[in-house]
Design a protein around this ligand. Structure first.
Ligand SMILES: NC(=O)c1ccc[n+]([C@@H]2O[C@H](COP(=O)([O-])OP(=O)(O)OC[C@H]3O[C@@H](n4cnc5c(N)ncnc54)[C@H](O)[C@@H]3O)[C@@H](O)[C@H]2O)c1
Length: 435
């Protein structure tokens, strides 16, 4: 990879006091990505520190009464990384391992992603440190409503618009929309996206991220001469993103040979029956126990013979310890931040083409943008119209990024950061500093 100024630019500013240099977590991964793009920003590099500090961080206590009468407290966050290009946009994650560093990194990747596909948003993200599987439906509703009230001072249809992420879904978005609406005294459908269709949601939103993963996969396959028909695919995470992506690849003639989720790893060299697996996951909560496959050791998953690997679970999954084993020619990042910087370099050196999260999983936010636009105008589009617009935006964004990668001889990740960070920092420069 060429780099016009040699080594990555070192930060001229110390870390904020709430971060520790030896415990940076996913935020550290993001900072390294920013350092890699800095030499390509030209005169805009003057503003780069903007990208290294979230604009606003809110940490909230979320107390709820459990069904057994005791009171439980959970840690919640909403981080607005950058609002130069528009209101904040990004999901809400419910997971027991959520940390501030993680939510900060996810909010920053949203800034980059929104700029990469050129939707008029800044980047934000939220989360609660909770294992929602341990809560009853009533507890989950109380948790969601209290969290929404706590972050109510930051969110709003023109300020910051949450959406689903890991362990959150249309029902959670419906409760968030209702809570915010009750607090402001009017139904505000545009405060969240990923809502059920009956209350201002968009057709095609549930499938959008997986469809975007598939769309960029098809484009990359065309550009590299990889035939999709018969291509072997391995998928980590079989939820919203991984499940839909697997379905679309299988429909295009590819063979989904291995799937891993939190309940196990399964393998079938002839190709798994994806519709049957989706039905199994719906009733059983995971791929574990699926009849049409062999069980595989979790670590073996990374070395599976395949042409396409789709990490679509959590971040930090492809590391220096397993990157060397990967046999795929194409890695499509459905998850956010699944590849560490060291692993990214190993894959690059091996000639594996990585389609980075910041473009590969941007389909979800693109249709969220459509949902928000439809809510403002109270005029709803057909599913065909939505899918066609989604595919066009993803194809155009990917083609532009591919060209920048060729021009500068950099990875697609750095190319996406070049395109996106230039847009963000140009907006920053044009707006100027207030006051
Ligand atoms: N849903 C969206 O629209 C969207 C958009 C962009 C990015 N993403 C990203 O995609 C990823 C998946 O999100 P999702 O919405 O599909 O979530 P989901 O909750 O629907 O599915 C998550 C999947 O990951 C699996 N998983 C969890 N822990 C695991 C582990 N330790 N090992 C293996 N598998 C594990 C789960 O079993 C499940 O299959 C996340 O990184 C999320 O940030 C989601």
């Amino acid at each position: 990879m060429s780099n016009p100024s040699g080594t990555p630019a070192a930060s001229a500013h110390p870390l904020p006091s709430y971060l520790q240099a030896d415990h940076l977590g996913p935020w550290g991964n993001y900072l390294q990505q920013v350092d890699r793009v800095t030499p390509y920003l030209g005169s805009l590099a003057r503003w780069v520190e903007t990208l290294k500090r979230p604009k606003r961080i809110l940490v909230v206590d979320v107390p709820i009464e459990l069904d057994n009468g005791t009171i439980a407290h959970y840690e919640g966050y909403r981080v607005q990384h950058n609002l130069s290009r528009g209101p904040g946009k990004g999901g809400v994650r419910f997971h027991q391992d959520v940390t501030l560093s993680e939510v900060m990194a996810l909010s920053a990747w949203m800034s980059v992603k929104n700029a990469a596909v050129n939707v008029p948003y800044g980047g934000a993200k939220g989360g609660i440190r909770v294992d929602p599987k341990k809560l009853s439906k009533g507890e989950l509703e109380r948790l969601t409503r209290r969290y929404t009230s706590e972050i109510g001072l930051l969110i709003g249809p023109t300020k910051d618009i949450p959406a689903p992420d890991v362990n959150t879904n249309g029902q959670i978005m419906a409760w968030m929309m209702d809570t915010y609406s009750m607090n402001v005294g009017a139904t505000a459908t545009g405060v969240v996206t990923g809502k059920p269709v009956d209350i201002g949601g968009s057709l095609g939103r549930v499938e959008a991220t997986g469809r975007g993963v598939f769309t960029v996969g098809v484009e990359a396959a065309k550009l590299t001469g990889l035939a999709l028909d018969g291509a072997r695919v391995a998928v980590q995470g079989f939820g919203n993103v991984g499940g839909i992506a697997a379905k679309l690849f299988a429909e295009a003639g590819a063979k989904v040979v291995a799937v891993q989720d939190h309940t196990g790893t399964i393998f079938n060299s002839k190709g798994l029956d994806v519709p049957a697996l989706l039905a199994h996951v719906k009733t059983r909560g995971g791929v574990g126990g699926f009849a049409g496959a062999e069980v595989m050791n979790a670590e073996e998953f990374w070395g599976v013979d395949c042409e396409i690997l789709i990490p679509a679970a959590l971040e930090g999954q492809i590391t220096k310890d397993n990157a060397g084993k990967i046999k795929a020619k194409l890695v499509i990042e459905g998850a956010n931040g699944p590849t560490t910087t060291e692993a990214d370099d190993i894959l690059n050196d091996k000639g594996v083409l990585v389609l980075p999260d910041v473009i590969a999983n941007a389909g979800g936010v693109t249709v969220s943008y459509f949902e928000w636009v439809q809510d403002f105008s109270s005029f709803f589009w057909s599913e065909d119209e939505i899918n066609a617009r989604l595919v066009r935006i993803m194809q155009e964004a990917f083609a532009g990024i591919w060209q920048v990668a060729q021009e500068h001889k950099v990875s697609l990740r750095t190319a996406t950061f070049i395109v996106a960070c230039q847009r963000i920092l140009h907006a920053r420069e044009m707006r100027g500093l207030y006051p």
